[in-house]
Design a protein around this ligand. Structure first.
Ligand code: UDP
Length: 252
């Protein structure tokens, strides 16, 4: 990956040091470049500490995230880690906020989107919401994320026939990252983003933490309280802190 912006290495993952505005500009520039002028679909990972912890246990996933075109610091845990390592990022670039920022630019420069993933109701509602909030965006196709594996090639063909500028993939982590990496050479989309639970929030099925909680850096606690089944995954948060501390100490 040849890149012009600075990154900070957190447990082997190169996080972009661009702020939200620069990140949005980086993405929209690619949304308006001809696909034929690109070697492959640009893969964006919005990575939180949970994803980083997955990569410490799965070398193939680590390679996928390292090879992505852009990895944004999604989560106060990443902002803390960069700070702790003495190489801070300007701010958190959360996937959900980034998605809205990118969509907002459609008012000046329209683009098209294909929505893959989440259950049928969430997928449909998310498409309706995007159409309602951002009428300049052309939703050229959508497909829920609970399809039979045998149908996958046909779905890729469907996406390629629709030729979206932006492809949103919500299949959960790490499946969405693996999915984009598998098809990024053949996809006709310009940019593909793994958006995790963002479609559920967009569709109104899952509530995001109130702004005050976000400011107090307690979004993880809100998520745990509203989706208690995630507690096992969230055990990775203290493990992440310990690993970053250890990485810092081994530098000394
Ligand atoms: N999802 C999907 N197909 C699957 C598994 C998950 O479409 O086989 C969707 C799920 O409905 C949700 C999104 O992926 O909309 C994110 O799932 P989850 O919150 O479990 O994953 P995370 O982003 O936290 O890894």
């Amino acid at each position: 990956m040849t890149q012009q912006w600075k990154t900070v290495n957190v447990l082997g993952i190169p996080f972009s040091k661009m702020d939200m505005t620069e990140t949005t500009q980086w993405i929209t520039k690619r949304l308006h470049t001809l696909r034929t002028d690109m070697a492959h679909t640009h893969h964006i990972v919005t990575a939180n500490p949970e994803i980083v912890m997955f990569t410490t246990r799965d070398a193939e996933l680590k390679r996928i995230v390292q090879d992505a075109d852009l990895v944004t610091p999604d989560g106060t845990g990443i902002v803390w880690a960069a700070n702790h390592l003495g190489d801070p990022v300007p701010e958190r670039v959360a996937g959900y906020d980034m998605l809205h920022q990118v969509c907002q630019t459609s008012q000046e420069k329209p683009f098209s989107v294909y929505i893959l993933g989440a259950n049928e109701e969430v997928n449909r509602k998310a498409a309706e919401k995007i159409r309602a909030l951002y009428p300049q965006i052309d939703v050229v196709g959508r497909k829920n994320g609970y399809y039979h594996p045998d149908d996958e090639e046909a779905i890729v063909r469907q996406i390629n026939a629709a030729k979206p500028d932006l492809l949103l993939v919500a299949l959960g982590c790490p499946r969405q990252e693996q999915w984009i990496a598998k098809y990024k050479e053949t996809l006709q989309a310009k940019v593909a983003i793994g958006v995790g639970g963002s479609l559920d929030v967009l569709a109104g099925e899952v509530k995001r933490a109130p702004v005050l909680w976000q400011k107090l850096r307690l979004e993880w606690l809100h998520r745990l309280l509203s989706q208690p089944s995630r507690w096992k995954r969230q055990l990775d948060l203290p493990r992440f802190v310990l690993k970053v501390r250890k990485a810092k100490n081994s530098e000394k």
